[in-house]
Design a protein around this ligand. Structure first.
Ligand code: GDP
Length: 288
């Protein structure tokens, strides 16, 4: 069973003979424990209480079905489709160091190559040579080409420019551009992302700006997301480390709070451990 599943927490509740006050308390505890956050938890419990009253049911199996439907409806309010029809489609990947950005880029390349697309990765985090090499390793695993900085500390925007140029010249379908994630210089970082975007936009439209968030950071991740959303034009979220998280509720919290769709989900350290986000499948895993 997936670690973000509510299965354990819900088991006692749904195996009782009838829905009673304890059921509602247990449901609230389970949702809070899974990091749905107080507002969303209250809203879900209120809606389910209303449904249970409306249908005059006392059967926990009905409540389980209503919970599934409620979560699926909420998660389906935003469109998770990646918009990658442009040729080349340029994808900017942003996020704080350590969230899993490098591995996500490798996995994403592999995912796209699996659909018959060609991919070039641009190493526009030019500050640390080791980071560039790590990205190159993951790009290679994913079956992508890489554009490296010619020297350490080269202007990140120029690497982004060269990456898009390479994709245009060689007819490569998708250019994925890695960016720096040093939050200690937040305004510097946001300026850098702004410059990268301006330079690319002179060449072509940016298809997606994906913000990578670590699901294990829970509500802290939300605070991190704010700055990027305000300054980087984020079009989609990638949640990593969902395999190691007991906080499945973060998935809904982050989407409702930011208003930005989750487009990809990372569930492991391997090259194949990235999938598109499917609310139905996710809720099946969460509620059982
Ligand atoms: P970056 O600093 O954001 O580029 O982060 P990395 O891509 O280097 O990843 C940081 C750590 O998180 C590494 O140990 C990865 O193996 C791990 N990691 C990344 N994605 C996942 C995931 O979906 N699940 C798990 N369990 N670990 C992950």
């Amino acid at each position: 069973m997936a670690s973000w599943s509510l299965g354990g927490a819900l088991k006692g509740m749904f195996s009782r003979a009838t829905i009673d006050e304890t059921t509602w308390e247990d449901l609230e505890d389970a949702l809070l424990g899974a990091d749905f956050g107080p507002d969303i938890t209250e809203s879900i419990v209120d809606e389910l209480r209303a449904s249970v009253a409306k249908y005059r049911t006392t059967d926990p199996a009905d409540l389980r079905r209503m919970l599934r439907e409620n979560l699926e409806e909420r998660l389906s309010r935003l469109d998770p489709t990646l918009k990658l029809t442009a040729r080349p489609a340029v994808v900017l990947v942003v996020g704080v160091n350590g969230v899993g950005k490098t591995t996500t880029i490798g996995k994403f390349a592999k995912f796209l190559v699996g659909y018959g697309r060609t991919v070039v990765v641009g190493a526009a985090d030019t500050f640390r040579a080791a980071a560039v090499e790590q990205l190159a390793t993951w790009a290679e695993r994913g079956g992508a080409e890489i554009v490296r900085p010619q020297q350490q500390g080269q202007d990140p925007a120029s690497v982004a420019f060269q990456t898009v140029e390479r994709a245009q010249r060689d007819g490569i379908d998708i250019a994925i551009i890695d960016t720096a994630g040093r939050l200690q210089t937040k305004s510097g970082l946001m300026d850098e992302l702004g410059k990268i975007r301006r330079v690319i936009e002179k060449q072509t439209e940016i298809a997606e700006v994906l913000l990578v968030l670590d699901a294990t950071t829970g509500q802290n991740g939300l605070a991190q997301a704010e700055a990027f959303i305000q300054h980087a034009g984020v079009t989609g979220l990638v949640l990593t480390k969902l395999d190691g998280s007991a906080k499945g509720g973060f998935v809904l919290a982050v989407q409702e709070k930011t208003g930005i769709p989750i487009k990809l989900v990372g569930q492991g350290e391997g090259i194949g451990d990235l999938t598109g986000f499917t609310p139905h499948v996710f809720v099946q895993g969460l509620v059982g």
